[in-house]
Design a protein around this ligand. Structure first.
Ligand code: NAD
Length: 126
């Protein structure tokens, strides 16, 4: 089986933690021995230059704790998401955005045939 390419939306507390002593929940799972060998790449979409920069810094700090990690990490502006989805590069997406943003992005990913994982609310109302 070929290795998968993951799209990440939201790289805050749940994804990579906050502060020096907290690495979050999702990133440590991805980096675990069992999962990491099944993953080719992780592309993190940022919503602002500042947010993207701080995600990069935090993730590279965590990566230093995993010297054998072979997952490739890419960072992209959110404005490029449609263009990249059209290339069918992503196998699955993890949505870890504020709750009110879940629906529109989960909908976008599903419409582009990307499997989606999210935690908590899918929608507030419909
Ligand atoms: N923190 C946890 O332990 C935890 C546990 C289970 C589920 N969750 C769920 O995961 C999701 C993300 O939670 P979190 O704690 O990582 O949140 P967070 O605020 O730390 O991170 C949110 C991410 O979304 C981005 N973002 C994009 N647009 C935004 C906007 N308009 N406003 C605010 N942020 C914006 C932020 O830059 C950041 O990368 C939520 O749905 C939450 O319920 C969190």
């Amino acid at each position: 089986m070929s290795k998968i390419n993951i799209l990440i939306l939201g790289s805050g507390l749940y994804f990579c933690g906050r502060g020096a002593n907290n690495d979050g929940t999702i990133l440590p799972s991805i980096m675990s021995d069992d999962l990491s060998e099944k993953i080719n790449s992780c592309t993190i979409f940022g919503f602002s230059e500042k947010g993207l920069k701080s995600s990069k810094n935090k993730i590279f700090t965590i990566l230093k704790k995993h010297p054998n990690n072979k997952i490739k990490f890419f960072f992209q502006k959110i404005s490029l998401i449609n263009k990249m989805l059209r290339k069918n590069y992503f196998d699955c997406g993890i949505v870890s955005l504020p709750d009110h943003m879940h629906y529109s992005y989960i909908d976008l990913l599903l419409k582009n045939n990307v499997h989606v994982m999210t935690v908590k609310l899918f929608v507030f109302s419909f």
